[in-house]
Design a protein around this ligand. Structure first.
Ligand code: FA5
Length: 356
């Protein structure tokens, strides 16, 4: 065995696997040095001592060389890894643009939170609605001129879609056949849906998207949002309605906030009012929505439907009030936005102004 060549080979081992192979080759159980040591016993004593000394020296030298090369290779691997994973802290960072809520969503949340504090629950309903819930049950039968107050998008199902699509009633039943289907023109249909499913007393608000087949202008969009409110119980009065809307005005505009009511007509309330809020900053009134005492016709329509579902009548002797207001209108006036059409053009320069 050539010890010089062996030591050199170890010093040049290209990697840890090869090094391990060399260790086995020389010092393993069947390695060259180990084998040579096993033959010592057959030698005469003089030779044995000398050869034994040499072999021990070789063994020691090989062990040292293996250790040294192993340390070297490990150090090289570490350096390579460090170089590869190096982080240049002087490079410019990545930009993380953050999103934000749309101005409409922000106002809806603000409104809903004011009502939550007043003990209202928040519910939502379908945007594709049956004619029955959007009109008929709200005291607007087909021939009623009041239907013209809200120009309507009618939904026609083609036969394939009709099979796949149904409008569900309050109990999940199919009500597609209750008249035609419309994109809801207001959130008031939810008054009926909720009353059918629940027994009074209760207080709810319903935020949602509504649609009207209208010529758009600076204050009219074909898609906008409303917030509906409905309170029903044994002794609910117009005074409660005024109190709630006035409280809303204070929630939105601070201590100076107040509300004004003027008589008007909606088929589903009697008496009906429209309401405006005082905008202290600009010292003017903002027309925001309609309201009134729930028309007895609605309670009857609801109880009739309940009866058809096998439920007890629940609305005899009840009174209630309801309101519906335009969410974008409130935003327009409050922020001095000149045109409602800006809301859904999705121009970032407009939307970013209202990011919180
Ligand atoms: C209604 O929709 C009634 N459902 C409100 C109501 C509910 C009355 C409960 C009584 C009881 P009206 O069509 O006036 O009413 O709409 C209510 C509000 O929605 C309006 O005051 C206005 O703020 C907003 N609005 C109506 N049409 C548009 C439109 N095209 N674009 C933006 N906002 C609109």
């Amino acid at each position: 065995m050539d010890i010089e060549a062996a030591l050199e080979e170890i010093g040049r081992a290209p990697n840890l696997e090869r090094l391990q192979g060399l260790k086995v080759h020389y010092l393993g159980k069947n390695g060259q040095v180990t084998q040579a040591m096993k033959t010592l016993g057959q030698l005469p004593p003089e030779e044995r001592r000398e050869k034994g000394r040499v072999l021990n020296e070789w063994k020691r030298a090989l062990e040292l060389a293996l250790e040294a090369r192993e340390a070297q290779l490990k150090e090289q691997a570490l350096q390579a890894q460090l170089e590869q994973e190096a982080l240049d802290v002087s490079l410019p960072g990545y930009a993380f643009p953050s999103g934000g809520l749309h101005i409409t969503s922000r106002i809806v949340l603000e409104l809903v939170n004011i009502f939550r504090r007043l003990g209202f629950s928040v519910v939502e309903g379908p945007e594709v609605e049956s004619e029955f819930f959007n009109f008929d049950a709200l005291n607007m039968p087909e021939w009623h001129p009041a239907r013209d107050m809200q120009d309507t998008f009618w939904v026609e199902f083609n036969r394939a879609a009709e099979e796949a699509f149904t409008i569900q009633g309050p109990f999940g039943e199919d009500v597609t056949g209750l008249g035609g289907a419309v994109l809801r023109t207001h959130t008031s249909g939810m008054q009926i849906r909720y009353m059918i499913q629940h027994t009074p007393p209760f207080r709810i608000v319903v935020p949602g998207r509504v649609f009207r087949y209208e010529q758009t202008d600076a204050s009219h969009e074909a898609m906008f949002h409303q917030l509906e409110g409905l309170v029903v119980g044994p002794n609910i009065t117009m005074a409660d309605l005024k109190g709630a809307i006035s409280e809303l005005a204070r929630g939105l505009f601070g201590k100076e906030g107040k509300a004004r009511f003027q008589p008007t007509f909606f088929p589903f309330v009697e008496p009906g009012v429209q309401f405006a809020m005082w905008w202290p900053e600009r010292q003017k009134w903002l027309e925001l929505g309609g309201a009134g005492m729930v028309h007895p016709y609605l309670f009857k329509a609801v109880d009739d439907y309940r009866e058809r579902q096998g439920l007890p009548r629940a609305y005899e002797g009840m009174t209630g009030w309801a309101f519906g207001m335009g969410v974008e209108r409130l935003a327009l006036l409050r922020y001095g936005i000149p045109d409602i059409r800006y809301f859904y053009q999705n121009r970032l320069s407009f939307l970013r102004q209202f990011r919180g």
